[in-house]
Design a protein around this ligand. Structure first.
Ligand SMILES: N[C@@H](CCC[C@H](N)C(=O)O)C(=O)O
Length: 281
């Protein structure tokens, strides 16, 4: 199986082309081994893409624990760039089918070089039952009982679930320890991605993430979108901000006009190769 390895701010993916959405599902059992950094190629996700009958491209993403995620912001930018540069699409603006619905990336170029990819990530989902979060009431300022005490969190879905916790000093937070516990907190029936966010100003924040099914990663596109939405809902930020992640920065805007979230950032290919699937079973 031929693949390319790409990353968005160090959030890295093995990208393979398959014939159809259904065929992409055949790869799910291999995700755990392929993503393993010691026994496989190593990545934060296995991404299957191909031509879609209704949209330009489809994308399915499998986490390193073998589960399927509905959405992935950093992978979408990688897929858009790959599709544009490899002639799967002719125009820089694409339509992309995901498990969470359609998304619309635009590949931004300057002097013939790809600079950034801007993605219309759609409207955030704020209804508690749809995120999903157990119980009734608001998605803002949810109180979670955990071993570290009572945590105040805001839950947002960008197609996949996120639990955002605002902190005073990000460097004092044991992200791996707390993230692993909150990922499987009983309030989140589909588990959750966990983001710790320190607000630096109305338009700037630092974020660390513990991804559902993947653990600590250097960046999370949907997480950065969810963090900005949560910051706006809590009155901490304006509707556009630079989000600093361990792998670099994302620019996020929650549009007043259409209520969609827009994410802008880079995507890079780092190498290509082939995998003998029989060797890794
Ligand atoms: N890194 C991604 C999110 C990938 C999926 C996530 N692990 C999940 O299970 O929801 C991003 O950039 O959005």
């Amino acid at each position: 199986m031929e693949f390319v390895k790409m990353h968005g701010l160090g959030n890295d993916f093995i990208i393979v082309q398959t014939g159809s959405w259904e065929e992409a599902g055949d790869l799910q059992p291999y995700a755990r081994m392929i993503c393993d950094r010691n026994f496989g190629v190593g990545a934060d996700g296995l991404v299957a893409i191909g031509k879609d009958p209704q949209m330009d491209i489809f994308m399915r993403i499998f986490n390193p624990d073998g589960s399927e995620a509905e959405m992935c912001g950093n992978a979408i930018r990688c897929v858009a760039r790959y599709a544009y540069e490899n002639g799967l699409v002719k125009e820089p603006n694409l339509s992309l089918r995901t498990l969470a619905g359609s998304r619309y990336p635009v590949v931004e170029t300057s002097a013939g070089q790809v600079k950034n990819i801007k993605v219309d990530m759609g409207k955030p989902i704020l209804k508690r039952s749809l995120i999903p979060v157990q119980g009734r009431g608001s998605n803002v300022k949810i109180l979670l009982e955990a071993s570290m005490g009572t945590i105040e969190a805001t839950a947002v879905s960008m197609g996949n679930p996120h639990c955002i916790i605002f902190v005073d000093d990000i460097n004092k937070i044991p992200v791996a320890l707390w993230g692993a516990e909150l990922e499987v907190h009983p309030f989140f029936p589909a588990k959750t991605n966990v983001e710790f966010v320190q607000i630096l100003g109305r338009n700037e924040m630092i974020m660390r993430v513990f991804e559902r099914g993947a653990g600590l990663t250097l960046a999370c596109g949907t997480g950065a979108c969810a963090a900005l939405v949560a910051a706006v809902l809590n009155g901490f930020a304006d509707r556009d901000a630079r989000v600093h992640l361990p792998g670099g920065d994302l620019l996020i805007e929650w549009s007043q006009d259409d209520q969609h979230v827009y994410m802008t950032g880079p995507a890079e290919q780092v190498f290509q190769g082939s995998i003998d699937l029989q060797q890794i079973t």
